[in-house]
Design a binder for this molecule. Structure first.
Ligand SMILES: *[C@@H]1O[C@H](CO)[C@@H](O)[C@H](O)[C@H]1NC(C)=O
Ligand SMILES: *[C@@H]1O[C@H](CO)[C@@H](O)[C@H](O)[C@H]1NC(C)=O
Ligand SMILES: *[C@@H]1O[C@H](CO)[C@@H](O)[C@H](O)[C@H]1NC(C)=O
Ligand SMILES: *[C@@H]1O[C@H](CO)[C@@H](O)[C@H](O)[C@H]1NC(C)=O
Ligand SMILES: *[C@@H]1O[C@H](CO)[C@@H](O)[C@H](O)[C@H]1NC(C)=O
Ligand SMILES: *[C@@H]1O[C@H](CO)[C@@H](O)[C@H](O)[C@H]1NC(C)=O
Length: 346
């Protein structure tokens, strides 16, 4: 399936965009205050049926009960594990236009997620082409003004962080779950919200007619090696290393900006990356399919089977202005990984 995005995006080369994101929340290691994990919040979208949405968080006392209730349904009970975390799967719910309140109660405390919708969750990742914000895109003023008309799309942006080991939760949130408005989708250049992610989500919403949750977790100038787990890289014979010109080590963004999301039930991923690897297309034809296969495996495993093991993975093929770029993005190996969707810049 080809989805031609209704945008003409400027193509710009591997600009490294330093993180200028506002950090609104941070979960420090060892702080087990009864709470939800960092990417749960008011106004969020949780994955609709047929999958069950996962909800997890932290608890102070190992072995104590946590009771989770959705406004339309009786309670689901779980206990705090040795890792001081708890997790539940909510009963699958068909898309509606209703909003729900989700409450988690421990012995001492009650925490809530308000104004929650059920629909499809998409993660948008890649390099600067994905970070590129709506306020910088063509027709930005009209797009930003119109954003408030899409109150059933909700947006979230992860902070740009790195880690040497895979994390279970985000270190920071740049933009908590937000209802679209001029500010929340058009905040500031290079902050939030991703133009490609927003326009893709809007198109989906117009076609599907049910809530869409959009998560952007992307970083300018980054090579695929940073977004791939050590296992995925090993399949291509790649060991530890650093990206040339960036001080970031292999797997560091997978560890800090993607692995944490694997416990969340999601619908699919869109990916807009490639230029940072334009110099080595013959490596990319291994790293790209291996990364997709690895993400699919890890999202499915860590959501306890809820995220589909063949979830859709969409990507944009960078305009073939050089011989390398076209080889980078579309290779025969990727076709074996259906369902993939791709758009070509013309
Ligand atoms: C621990 O986490 C909770 C919830 O995220 C936060 O409100 C609290 O300030 C944190 N406490 C410390 C000491 O960091
Ligand atoms: C939700 O609202 C949208 C837009 O008004 C509409 O197209 C859709 O049919 C509604 N869905 C349900 C399940 O009511
Ligand atoms: C409730 O609070 C008490 C006193 O602060 C504490 O000892 C206990 O561990 C808490 N219980 C839970 C389940 O967090
Ligand atoms: C947005 O909604 C308002 C009413 O709330 C309507 O007047 C306007 O035409 C809509 N704009 C677009 C672009 O759909
Ligand atoms: C790294 O920087 C040097 C000097 O600016 C440049 O010539 C080279 O092409 C860069 N390498 C990559 C992979 O971007
Ligand atoms: C990648 O490209 C190289 C050079 O064209 C080729 O030898 C190799 O078999 C390709 N690998 C895959 C996985 O397609």
């Amino acid at each position: 399936m080809r989805i031609l995005l209704k945008i003409s995006l400027i193509i710009f080369c591997c600009a490294t965009v330093s993180s200028c994101m506002r950090r609104t929340r941070r979960k420090d290691v060892g702080n087990f205050t009864f709470s939800f994990a960092a990417y749960y919040g008011d106004n969020m979208v949780l994955q609709k049926a047929p999958q069950a949405a996962t909800v997890w968080g932290y608890g102070e006392e190992v072995g104590s009960d946590v009771v989770v209730t959705r406004s339309d349904h009786e309670a689901v009970i779980t206990t705090v594990t040795e890792q001081n975390t708890w997790s539940v799967k909510l009963p699958p719910i068909k898309e509606t236009n209703s909003t729900y309140t989700i409450t988690a109660k421990s012995q001492n405390k009650s925490i809530t997620l308000k104004n929650v919708l059920f629909g499809d969750i998409w993660i948008c990742s890649g390099q600067s082409n994905m970070v590129f914000t709506l306020d910088m895109a063509n027709n930005a003023q009209a797009e930003m003004q119109e954003a408030k008309n899409y109150s059933h799309i909700r947006v979230f942006t992860a902070s740009q962080e790195t880690s040497d080991t895979p994390l279970t939760d985000l270190k920071g949130v740049a933009e908590p779950w937000s209802i679209p408005s001029q500010d929340t989708v058009g905040h500031k250049p290079w902050t939030y919200f991703s133009a490609v992610c927003w326009l893709y989500g809007k198109l989906l919403y117009q076609n599907r007619g049910y809530p869409i949750g959009l998560i952007t977790s992307a970083w300018g100038g980054t090579a695929i090696e940073l977004w791939s787990s050590a296992n995925a890289l090993a399949k291509c014979g790649i060991k530890e290393g650093k990206q040339e010109n960036l001080t970031l080590t292999h797997s560091s963004l997978w560890n800090a900006m993607m692995a944490p999301f694997t416990r969340l039930t999601i619908y699919g991923v869109v990916w807009y990356q490639g230029e940072a690897n334009a110099g080595s297309p013959d490596t990319y034809n291994c790293t790209f399919p291996e990364m997709i296969a690895d993400w699919r495996k890890q999202f499915t495993t860590n959501s306890d089977g809820q995220t589909n093991s063949l979830f859709p993975f969409g990507f944009v093929q960078v305009k073939p202005t050089t011989d390398n770029w076209i080889k980078v993005m579309y290779t025969s190996s990727i076709q074996q990984l259906e369902p993939v969707m791709f758009a070509i810049l013309i």
